[in-house]
Design a protein around this ligand. Structure first.
Ligand code: BGC
Length: 738
């Protein structure tokens, strides 16, 4: 009951509507409560009929890559229903239990190491782009698309739902995550997960928890104040789980207070299962299990077992059953959780799925890219004037594609990669470390969208050469990029390959210089004051070139808002450098997350620091005004206001509501937001219901949320640093929920 109430609250607050798509739930046609009861019943009954051999076969599985280096399983004959990909767990056909066929990831169905030769799928923009859209319906649509594509490829588990908070802009995997804020991350990831599961595919949420860096990721030990953890990373997971109801939670590689996350009794048993009442199963990340006792600590399934030192959830765990240190009841619980999630997502009776129309995939990828592009700066250079006769397009690979992020989430779209550059290096993930560009060139798209102009390309190899072209052009657009990948953090926020010098030279030669960033993180921009416009395109996915050209030329009005703070300098960060960076992989390191829940914009507010660009920032080609802010206090705190488009163009805005202070003390928190599309002159009344956890602190003694009571300053804002109207409300003290 508690869970479903929370879910309703969150949905109301953000106006999340389920788009009209055919879903497995509609096909089965029953109410959520009836489906839960049916799933529980089937799981219990089926598990009771299993032999122990069958039970054990369901709690571990292998990485389905028949490739050298992937252990004995790579050579062994495989069951006939394996779909090569991230993972496989055999089913129990005599009881109607399907095998689990797992694929990565949130950004699209992947084809790791080309294990399914020639097989392609839609490659969506990075999750940061989705976060920048602040659009939960778009997140649902993306998640649903990837779910249907997964199913059409023969998979029934999507290893999606990346929701770790962006704590550190050096983290190489931030592009797979949504934002630095627990609310935004939770509702965007939760909506995507829901979309996936509505397609009849089990989704994960990952990587549980505090997996904030890739450096020494298997030996990175996090310490954090407990309340701060509950109010930040864990709150993001909690919201995503309530909203998305993922069938599985993937635990992380890192350690928390000395325990591996996948063997953390606190994370898995206490918080996830006991306090949040999570009923699905916990799967390990690949190669994250260190012993059979992880089963007792709350881990339900060992994934990618050939990456572990040995298959812990087979003989070693069986031995524990015999010696009594692992109970049969717990074994049954592990199996029932898996079975229950299968039934809930509908994978036990899923009919073969039709292939997803490539055009639909492309349309979704394009829409996310359009809504995710953030216009950071514009001193009148954008949109490019229809009178511009000559446009210089400058920058390595802008003539062939857009950059994508690397690692297990790397997709292979139908149009393919136009270029791959193996970087290599040391460490487990170095084989995956390859810069890759999706086909579809910004140069071509700009030519198409600006037919009146002569569009000339310069690769930017030599700044002076590029500057010469820029000098004789009306407009110069410089594409800069920074590759990020799973397995590696960046040592700093600088651009590689001398790109800063290129921008400086072009900006000196042409007053109308525009910079387009293809990055997976904030970057340093020493030339920021010398260029006219800057646009963050992130890794924009397979249709990214088109989206960039549309925003540059004004066909699309930019509407993305930063899901992460761009610092003015790394010295402003809680950790200006990455602890243990550069040490051999596996070096033990303990990192105290002393910023606690004050991540990103909250940290900047607390320390009175001015970032380069604040969280929530994003410009438009039109103007919006806000008025009539009213905040009601009571059990449910609501805020209502009016947004008006006062400019000359149709556009979408994201008004944001922040807590600014409690009892006069700075306490910055995003409380709500709403993406609103408006025609010129049009206005819209918006009402937001605030999740009470965002006004509370976690009381670790009572293990409840506590609103202290007193005066709360709530602001309607353009971004985390720019408030328009503020109201003070008095809240009564209150203790509630988990
Ligand atoms: C990643 C997971 C991924 C898994 C399977 C791991 O290296 O951390 O996110 O789902 O591999 O490919």
């Amino acid at each position: 009951m508690r869970k479903s109430l929370m879910l309703v609250g969150t949905c109301l607050a953000f106006g999340i509507a389920t788009p009209q798509l055919t879903t497995a739930r509609e096909v089965t046609g029953s109410s959520p409560a009836a489906r839960e009861a049916a799933a529980d019943h089937w799981a219990a009954e089926t598990e009771a009929r299993m032999t122990d051999e069958e039970r054990f076969s369901l709690i571990h599985g292998f990485m389905a890559l028949k490739l050298p280096g992937f252990g004995s399983k790579a050579e062994a004959p495989w069951p006939s229903d394996v779909v090569p990909g991230a993972g496989y767990i055999p089913g129990v056909p005599r009881l109607g239990v399907p095998s689990l066929r797992e694929t990565d990831a949130s950004l699209g169905v992947t084809n790791p190491m080309g294990v399914r030769p020639g097989d392609t799928a839609t490659a969506l923009p990075s999750s940061l782009a989705l976060g920048a859209s602040f659009n939960t319906e778009l997140a649902y649509r993306g998640g649903n698309l990837v779910g249907r594509e997964a199913r059409a490829h023969g998979f029934n588990v999507l290893l999606g739902g990346g929701v770790n908070l962006v704590r550190d802009p050096h983290n190489g995997r931030n592009f797979e995550y949504v934002s630095e804020d627990p609310l935004l991350s939770g509702v965007i990831a939760g909506s995507a997960i829901r979309g996936t599961q509505d397609a009849g595919v089990i989704s994960t949420v990952k990587h549980f928890a505090f997996n904030s860096n890739e450096t020494n990721r298997h030996s990175w030990n996090v310490t954090i104040d407990e309340a701060a953890g509950r109010e930040s990373d864990l709150l993001a997971f909690q919201i995503a789980i309530e909203l998305g109801q993922p069938g599985s939670v993937m635990c992380a590689y890192n350690l928390l207070h000395g325990d591996h996350a996948c063997g953390s009794d606190y994370l898995l048993n206490t918080v996830l299962k006991k306090e949040w009442g999570y009923r699905g199963w916990v799967m390990s990340d690949w190669g994250a299990v260190r012993g059979p006792d992880f089963a007792v600590k709350g881990l339900d399934q060992e994934s990618g077992e050939q990456l572990d030192e040995q298959v812990w959830f087979d003989a070693p765990l069986k031995a524990k059953l015999v010696d009594g240190s692992f109970s049969h009841a717990r074994l049954s619980d592990m199996v029932r959780r898996i079975l229950r999630s299968m039934k809930m997502a509908g994978v036990t009776d899923a009919a073969p799925a039709a292939a997803v129309d490539a055009a639909e995939g492309a349309a979704t990828a394009l829409e996310i890219a359009r809504q995710g592009i953030v216009l950071l700066k514009n001193d009148g250079a954008l949109p490019i004037a229809a009178t511009a006769r000559s446009i210089a397009v400058i920058g390595d690979k802008a003539q062939i594609g857009v950059l994508s992020g690397g690692g297990s989430s790397q997709g292979l779209p139908a149009k393919g990669w136009s270029y791959s550059n193996p970087i290599g290096g040391a460490g487990q993930m170095s084989a995956w470390r390859t810069e890759r560009w999706f086909a579809g060139a910004p140069l071509d798209a700009i030519k198409k969208e600006a037919p009146q102009a002569a569009v000339i390309f310069n690769p930017g190899l030599y700044p002076s050469d590029a500057a010469a072209l820029a000098a004789r052009s009306d407009v110069a657009i410089v594409f800069v990029r920074k590759y990020e990948t799973e397995g590696f953090d960046s040592p700093d926020l600088g651009l590689p390959y001398g790109q800063d010098a290129l921008v400086e030279a072009v900006a000196a030669a042409n007053p109308n210089t525009i910079v387009v960033l293809e990055t997976g993180n904030p970057i340093a921009m020493p030339w920021r004051d010398k260029v006219k416009a800057i646009m963050a395109a992130w890794y924009p996915g397979q249709e990214g070139a088109q989206a960039i050209a549309e925003v540059l030329t004004g066909k699309v009005n930019p509407s993305g808002h930063l899901p992460i703070t761009f610092p003015a300098a790394v010295e402003q960060l809680p950790r200006p450098t990455v602890p243990s960076y550069g040490t051999p992989e596996g070096t033990p390191v303990t990192v105290n997350l002393s910023e606690g829940a004050d991540i990103g914009y909250r940290w900047f507010a607390k320390k009175s620091l001015k970032p380069m660009y604040p969280f929530g920032h994003g410009l438009s080609y039109t103007d919006f005004t806000y008025s009539d802010l009213r905040v009601t206090s009571g059990q449910a705190v609501t805020a209502s206001f009016t947004v008006r488009n006062t400019g000359k163009r149709e556009g979408a805005d994201v008004p944001q509501l922040y807590l600014q202070a409690i009892g006069g003390r700075t306490a910055a928190r995003l409380l709500g937001f709403q993406r609103v599309s408006l025609k010129p002159g049009e206005s819209r009344a918006v009402t937001l219901t605030i999740d009470p956890r965002l006004l509370a602190n976690f009381d670790t003694g009572r293990r409840r949320w506590r609103v202290a009571g007193g005066s709360y300053d709530i602001a309607l804002s353009k971004d985390a640093a720019t408030s328009v109207e503020t109201r003070a409300v008095t809240l009564k003290p209150r203790i509630f929920g988990w």
